[in-house]
Design a binder for this molecule. Structure first.
Ligand code: KG4
Ligand code: ZN
Length: 322
């Protein structure tokens, strides 16, 4: 649950508050939609109060209320929309629906060193992997997309096979720091496809096969009742190597297509947004690749990469100014 107050005049976030649900969902190995909705009910208004108190402001002084319209879990979105609509009604302010990915897309503009329009954006979250051309607020052209799983999903699913907790992306990244990225040959699908699309579903299968191999579990015979997918034990000597190899495969695909997008558009700036944008290896590799073609990479601070209220409030303010 994220709430923020954005000042359109100064272009700055005045106050914000965030309540993470990671601990709530962790025991289940993934997000439980009903628990997510109930938790938003519990924390939504509390966070609004905290932000208003921090900023020493009352509702009548606000210009408008923005909220996440989607995409996302229906129940969680409904809770946020309902709360925003209630506050807008009570305070007599306009209500502005914001697309979740537009929030991510424009969040790099909130950083100290921000890009100038036009730029390329790499959107990498748990549900999206997209390359966009951004010519201005509301002027977006989709250049490439994943044809199956998202990059964050690939991180999370692979992490699960490595026996890591939820959310696996950052945990896998940490584990990978001690591993050899060349130890396992993980495929990089569509790398030479000539277009700007991604594919990550095969990666999960490749990791599952490696785990079967490493744990000595045979593939079920054709037509046989499938045996449960084994999970790599925490003390396995090749666990960090496999993590590093998977991470390298994901990063290589993201970087190669991002650089191609810069070449094809002729643009010299690329911004990275979404949770996977917090990945250190992705940042290093993309920066190095971009330097070679004299392009500049912009990363929002890590706290702005993962879901937050500020990115939605920010787009709300931009909409208001249109
Ligand atoms: O944008 P986000 O916070 O939520 C949405 O999906 O909208 O992105 C979450 C995704 C998860 O898949 C998580 O595992 C991944 O971002 N992630 C990372 C890292 N931090 C978060 N993946 C790789 N390395 C990281 N450091
Ligand atoms: Zn997100």
């Amino acid at each position: 649950t994220g709430v923020a107050l954005f000042d359109a005049q100064s272009g700055k976030v005045v106050a914000e508050a965030l309540h993470s649900q990671i601990a709530l969902h962790a025991p289940y190995g993934g997000v439980v939609p009903e628990l997510a909705s109930r938790d938003h009910v519990k924390y939504g208004l509390r966070l609004v109060d905290i932000v208003m108190q921090k900023a020493q402001i009352t509702g009548d002084r606000l210009q408008a209320i923005a909220y996440t319209q989607g995409p996302g879990l229906a129940g969680a979105l409904l809770v946020g929309a309902q709360l925003a609509a209630s506050l807008a009604f009570a305070w007599g302010k306009p209500l502005i629906p914001v697309h979740h990915m537009e929030g991510h897309l424009l969040s790099p503009l909130l950083a100290e060193t921000a890009p100038q329009f036009p730029f390329v954006a790499l959107l990498v979250s748990g549900g999206h992997t997209q390359l966009m051309r951004v010519d201005g607020v509301g002027r977006y052209e989709l250049l490439g997309d994943t044809i199956d799983d998202a990059a964050g999903e690939a991180f999370d699913k692979s992490a699960k096979l490595l026996g890591l907790a939820y959310p696996g992306g950052p945990l896998l990244a940490n584990l990978a720091e001690h591993g050899d990225a060349k130890a396992f040959a993980i495929p990089r699908p569509l790398l030479h496809s000539g277009d700007l699309n991604f594919s990550f579903a095969g990666l999960k299968t490749a990791v599952a096969n490696e785990v079967r191999h490493l744990t000595g579990t045979a593939l079920p015979a054709r037509g046989a009742v499938s045996s449960p997918q084994p999970i790599l034990p925490p003390d396995h000597p090749h666990r960090a190597d496999l993590a590093a190899s998977v991470q390298a495969a994901i990063v290589d695909s993201l970087v190669a297509k991002s650089l191609t997008a810069l070449e094809l558009t002729g643009l010299k700036q690329i911004v990275v947004a979404g949770g996977v944008g917090a990945n250190t290896r992705l940042r290093e590799s993309l920066t190095a690749g971009a330097e070679k073609i004299r392009a500049q990479v912009f990363y929002p601070p890590v706290a702005l990469c993962t879901d937050n209220g500020a990115m939605i409030a920010h787009v709300g303010a931009l909409r208001l100014a249109e």
